[in-house]
Design a protein around this ligand. Structure first.
Ligand code: ARG
Ligand code: ZN
Length: 851
């Protein structure tokens, strides 16, 4: 069954008010729902309430019991008038809910995940985002097992009952769609604080966790307060309820969920202390806390009309959380990280069988569309509009959007219209960013002719499934020219908008040979091919005044070098070696930036540049360059490592930068083949006072051939953290990312380890997800990696289709591999599609991947 965007119709019935009554019990929870329904127009269609696996034990209309009528999984209620009270009762079993959608049990607590279509697994309801209701929720549960009862909005009452049970009632004054409903029941404690909003409203904040985790919530709480202030200052958005709660749960399909006033988080995005969390984890926690908080306006106050508009809230909210993170530390490093992430996940998606527009036209299962395209390309689309409008007009446009659509379910088109109205600009052609899939490619060539420079630009958008022919896009490109002799800028930074298939720009009075700096700050999410030489790129990597462009020049130089080495078999590493030396020894640079800049592109990103991916040749070429860089600059790596070796942990931009360069240096020392590298890594592993350095050292050792030190670290890490699930995930993940020859076998063995389970999504992803992105190990020529992944996915599909389907894409990239590998990959996809009882999540991903 395919759902299409063009088939959108207003709901037949609205539900302005709903009351829910939960008798909570892990084995059998009784849910009574009272819906005050109103016919939305003149029609005689019945009320159809979505259900998924529900059986109504009783249905009443205006207090009178009526026969239960089903249409497949849905409940049909025949109504005579235009306004009625419809009451239903169902029983559900949270402890048997392995899908983790709807109401489920996690580590002794009960919690919900309703986005996108989980509410229909709790009660019968028009489960679509354009039906907005005011919720009153009453929960009753055993007081000893579930002392804390939370839901959306404000608490309005609670009390004890005689039988050891107790109850609590919550009212949410803001109308919301069902996907934002949440409840939590458990034995939890809170790290509490209060926040005074810009207009003096006192908000009670609480981060709820199990008692032993309380000390690990300070960073998240701090991030929450910082993001609340930031949204006031940067977007003028104020919080609107008296309480804001966050609950951390261990079993969660995604990162977190923005339920109104009650965010539910994967515990990996809440819990941190230096012993268990890396700097990456700390940053991710702050970013996700901010993201979910920002949804209160971009998502909750204004929600989506239908799920095709998902990027309306997700793209915009990612853009907002990226801005927040950029303001907390180095904006340049944040941009580099975001672009690296986009290239690692979204570009391959856009180039493969699952490519889809930022606003898709159809889906089989909406869960499959919580993608890098919707989130991250969606954020880039917002960023481009912000670039085109400039900061003042962009702020005016978001103000207009929040005012015009507050309390409604809106569309991407509504958002773009606000950009046009407040920006005074026509975005007609720009809208293609919402409708056309595929990463645009720009070719830029610069020629000097006498005292002028002539820049020729052209663009193409590659065909994608269902979209063979593409129209030209609007590409905002920031560019600048530098003199290759003096190093001086030859013009100011310019923002040009490439709209046509080709364009030419002439620069007057160019006194010396110019070098092109283009797509500065990654102003457009495109691939740029230029005719720049290794010399030009090395020059930019040392002199460009835009830090992103400087990083980019180095990356391009490395990529060109590696691709040439793979295709010719004759490596020439000199230019990269010199450029890395210049960067390493430039005292003006931020160490965090240096660490990013000297890192080689990943195996898979190198593969993405090539029509046919040869994983072994790519690995060999990259290792050879790493070894040469390690050897040539061994003294520099050692002194960089040594200089910060004994730093005490401090979570600050400077502290993070030091750890970053320390671990990158350790990696290069090991790559050099130095005899003492494993001992140095083990010493760091044992002496470090924080997880960043410990996991950094473990990563080096896991890929090492120093059998003894390697085994020591793997074993010590396991024993130290055997009872901490989040850290054990790192143990599995680090081994799945190993660059050793035997990784495919090792991963198979880890899947049989007693601590491995498919029931916990974090654990499943830590091994299977990490293995899928380890290009060389996954594409082991034997095909065992493909078979392993398919076996695991089929097993996981029975428990948790959403999480299983998300891990399938590596198998879908068969077109890019040699005939032998491609046939083996296809055979696994065919085996998946032919499996009886396959979920629609998996069916959609696997069948599309075969086309
Ligand atoms: N809205 C959540 C967020 O971006 C993600 C929810 C994902 N849920 C799902 N079923 N796909 O923060
Ligand atoms: Zn989101």
């Amino acid at each position: 069954r395919i759902t299409r965007r063009e088939d959108y119709r207003e709901p037949d019935w609205r539900v302005p008010e709903i009351e829910l009554d939960f008798q909570l019990d892990p084995a059998a929870t009784r849910v009574v729902a009272r819906l005050w329904v109103q016919r939305s127009s003149e029609h005689d269609r019945p009320l159809v309430l979505d259900g998924d696996g529900l059986t109504a034990s009783r249905v009443r209309v205006d207090g009178v019991e009526v026969p239960v009528e089903m249409d497949g999984p849905n409940l049909v209620v025949r109504l005579s008038g235009s306004a009625h009270l419809v009451e239903t009762e169902v029983e559900i079993a949270p402890e048997r809910n392995t899908q983790l959608q709807g109401l489920y049990a996690s580590n002794g607590m009960l919690c919900t995940q309703c986005e996108a279509e989980g509410f229909r697994r709790i009660t019968f309801f028009p489960d679509r985002p354009d039906v907005l209701s005011r919720y009153k929720v009453r929960m009753t549960a055993d007081k000893a097992r579930f002392p804390v009862l939370l839901s959306n909005g404000d608490p309005v009452g609670s009390g004890a009952l005689d039988d050891g049970r107790h109850w609590a009632e919550w009212h949410d004054p803001f109308p919301k769609p069902s996907y934002l409903f949440a409840l939590v029941a458990g034995d939890l404690v809170a790290n509490r604080s209060t926040f005074t909003t810009m207009n003096g409203r006192e908000v009670q904040l609480g981060i709820w966790v199990r008692a032993g985790d309380l000390e690990r919530t300070h960073h998240a709480l701090n991030a929450l307060e910082t993001s609340m202030r930031w949204d006031e200052q940067v977007y003028g958005r104020e919080y609107d309820l008296d309480v804001f709660n966050i609950v951390a749960v261990d079993d969660f399909n995604f990162g977190a969920m923005e339920n109104k006033g009650l965010n539910v988080f994967n515990s990996r995005y809440i819990l941190a202390d230096p012993d268990i969390a890396t700097d990456y984890d700390y940053d991710a926690i702050a970013a996700v806390v901010a993201h979910e908080y920002f949804h209160n306006w971009s998502g909750n106050r204004i929600t989506c009309r239908d799920w095709f508009q998902l990027s309306l809230k997700e793209g915009f909210t990612v853009f907002r959380d990226q801005g927040f993170s950029a303001d907390q530390g180095s904006a340049a490093v944040k941009r580099i990280e975001d672009v690296r992430g986009l290239r690692a996940s979204q570009f391959p998606e856009d180039a493969g069988p699952l490519a889809h527009p930022v606003r898709p036209d159809s889906y089989i299962e909406i869960s499959n569309f919580y993608t890098a395209t919707i989130y991250n390309k969606g954020a880039e689309v917002i960023r481009m509009m912000a670039t085109i409008l400039g900061p003042e007009k962009f702020r005016a446009a978001t103000d207009l959007y929040f005012e015009r659509f507050d309390g409604t379910a809106a569309t991407c088109e509504d958002f773009v219209r606000c950009m046009e109205d407040a920006g005074g600009t026509d975005l007609t052609q720009f809208r293609r960013w919402y409708s056309q899939a595929g990463t645009p490619r720009v070719t830029a060539s610069l020629k000097q002719e006498g005292g002028r420079a002539r820049l020729t630009l052209s663009q193409t958008v590659p065909p994608t499934p269902g979209q063979p022919d593409k129209q030209p896009m609007v590409l905002p490109l920031k560019l600048r020219l530098f003199g290759s002799v003096t190093g001086r800028p030859l013009c100011d930074e310019q923002l040009i908008q490439l709209r046509d298939p080709t364009a030419e720009i002439v620069f007057e009075s160019i006194p010396e040979p110019p070098v092109l700096s283009i797509n500065r700050g990654f102003s457009a999410p495109v691939v740029v091919d230029t005719n720049r030489s290794a010399r030009d790129l090395a020059f930019l990597s040392a002199h460009d005044d835009d830090p992103f462009a400087r990083y980019e020049a180095m990356q391009q130089l490395m990529l060109d070098t590696l691709v040439a080495s793979v295709t010719s078999g004759r490596p020439d590493h000199d230019a990269v070696i010199d450029a890395v030396r210049n960067t390493l020894t430039d005292p003006a640079l931020d160490p965090a930036f240096v660490a990013e800049a000297v890192l080689l592109p990943s195996d898979s990103f190198i593969g993405d540049q090539m029509a046919l991916v040869d994983p072994d040749a790519i690995f060999a070429a990259r290792e050879a360059l790493r070894r040469d860089l390690g050897r040539e600059h061994e003294a520099l790596w050692r002194s960089a490592h040594e200089a910060v070796r004994n730093n005490r942990f401090e979570y600050s931009p400077a502290g993070k930068g030091a750890r970053r360069i320390k671990n990158v240096s350790l990696g290069y020392i090991a790559a050099s083949g130095a005899r003492d590298a494993a001992d140095l890594a083990l010493a760091q592993f044992e002496a470090s006072d924080n997880m960043t350095d410990r996991q950094g050292a473990l990563g080096v050792l896991v890929s090492s051939t120093a059998t003894e030190q390697r085994a020591t670290a793997i074993d010590a890490f396991y024993r130290r953290y055997a009872d901490n699930a989040l850290v054990l995930d790192k143990w599995f993940q680090t081994q799945a990312l190993s660059s050793r020859d035997d990784t495919a076998q090792a991963v198979e063995a880890l899947a049989a380890h007693p601590a491995f389970t498919l029931a916990n999504p974090n654990r499943a992803r830590s091994l299977i997800g990490a293995f899928g992105v380890n290009q060389r190990a996954f594409h082991d020529v034997s095909g065992r990696g493909y078979r392993f992944l398919a076996d695991q996915l089929l097993a996981l599909d029975k428990l948790n289709p959403q999480t299983a389907a998300k891990l399938l894409p590596p198998l879908g990239r068969w077109k890019r591999f040699d005939a032998g590998r491609a046939a083996k990959m296809r055979a696994e996809l065919e085996r998946i599609v032919a499996t009886p009882g396959l979920s629609k999540d998996m069916f959609e991903q696997a069948s599309k991947s075969l086309d």
